[in-house]
Design a protein around this ligand. Structure first.
Ligand code: BGC
Length: 345
């Protein structure tokens, strides 16, 4: 796995079919875009922390690119609170730019201060190992080594206008995984729907409407301590899009089988890295691994009964289209999938 990560870092060009290196025109921040083969097989070699064990490094190809500074991570009012961020103009985002006038407020949500299992204690009362696997908690970043100042990790994408953890449980990186489950849109006769402007077939993905903000999103979730990303992808999809925890045992067994076979198929890793998430702060931020699982013939996952789980208000097959808006970085990931599959965007 170390070898695979080193290969990505060097941006070794590899082939998946006859693809071109993907473009990232609307990336909200510097990003690592990855196209690689991933299976959920637990036998895919060693891991770095809880990173994807089944990555086929020989099929990996990466492209890193810089673009604008994070935007959602500077939203004026911190989500779920009345706390206003210190306004950070584009030219002051970078920590390299001296800015003595920068006086951001501190905020940690009461739900985090209550010390649930998924949250760290206050920084003064424990000694985390940053940039390392700290027990079962992965405090390494997909973006490389991050700075730690006065004992606190610094957001690798710069100032956000707010310190401490906000709604995030971990100091430093908070790791998530995003399963992008897709199928071709079909008409009543079962034919693929072609978009009238792009003349390309339309892809659909399983989307949830997040309860916390009402935005459409990929049904992702947090990687549990010690959990492999490949398992998180499967677990989150089962919980959020199929509500597996609430279905009766017989149906659950049948669903489990179907899901396991979908997630055992080679996935296509779209992204790993920092997410421009509205919950980010100067000392805590979201990172994710997004992987696409595609039902080419429309007869596997397409038939599963979608049912919204705990964090989802609604769940639905949704068209992938650049005119729609999605949560955090999610449109970037969906664009990558559309380009990879030669679909409408
Ligand atoms: C969500 C993921 C998202 C990540 C970063 C998590 O809470 O479940 O879908 O990519 O946050 O925004």
């Amino acid at each position: 796995m170390l070898v695979a990560r080193a290969a990505w870092a060097l941006s070794i060009p590899l082939t998946i079919g006859a693809l071109l290196v993907p473009q990232c025109p609307r990336a909200p921040a510097t990003c690592s875009l990855l196209l690689s083969c991933l299976t959920s097989s637990p036998s895919g070699g060693g891991t770095v922390g809880n990173r994807s064990p089944g990555l086929c490094s020989s099929a990996a190809r990466s492209a890193s690119m810089a673009s604008g500074a994070h935007v959602k991570a500077r939203c004026p009012v911190y989500p779920g609170s009345q706390t206003r961020r210190f306004p950070v103009p584009d030219d002051k985002v970078s920590w390299e730019t001296e800015w003595p006038e920068y006086l951001p407020p501190s905020y940690t949500a009461p739900s985090v201060l209550a010390r649930p299992a998924w949250a760290d204690p206050d920084i003064s009362s424990f000694s985390p190992y940053f940039n390392a696997l700290d027990g079962t908690v992965d405090r390494t970043s997909h973006e490389g080594e991050y700075r730690v100042e006065d004992g606190k990790p610094l957001n690798p994408h710069g100032r956000t206008g707010l310190t401490e953890r906000g709604l995030l449980g971990r100091w430093g990186p908070n790791h998530a995984a995003d399963p992008i489950v897709t199928r071709w849109k079909r008409d009543g006769a079962g034919h693929s729907v072609i978009h009238s402007e792009s003349h390309l077939p339309v892809l659909q993905f399983v989307a949830i409407m997040r309860k916390d903000c009402g935005e459409w999103a990929i049904p992702g979730g947090m990687v549990d301590p010690g959990e492999r990303v490949s398992l998180t992808l499967q677990r989150e999809f089962s919980e959020e899009a199929l509500n597996l925890l609430a279905v009766n045992p017989e149906e659950r067994a049948w669903l489990r089988d179907r899901i396991a076979s979908l997630f055992a198929s080679p996935g296509f890793q779209v992204y790993e890295g920092y997410v421009d998430d509205p919950r980010n702060t100067d000392n805590a931020w979201m990172e994710t691994v997004a992987v696409n699982f595609h039902d080419q013939s429309g007869d596997s996952v397409s038939e599963l009964p979608l049912q919204a789980g705990d964090d989802a208000g609604q769940v639905s097959w949704m068209d992938i289209d650049s005119t729609l808006s999605y949560y955090a970085n999610h449109s970037l990931f969906l664009e990558m999938v559309a380009k990879e599959r030669h679909a409408h965007w």
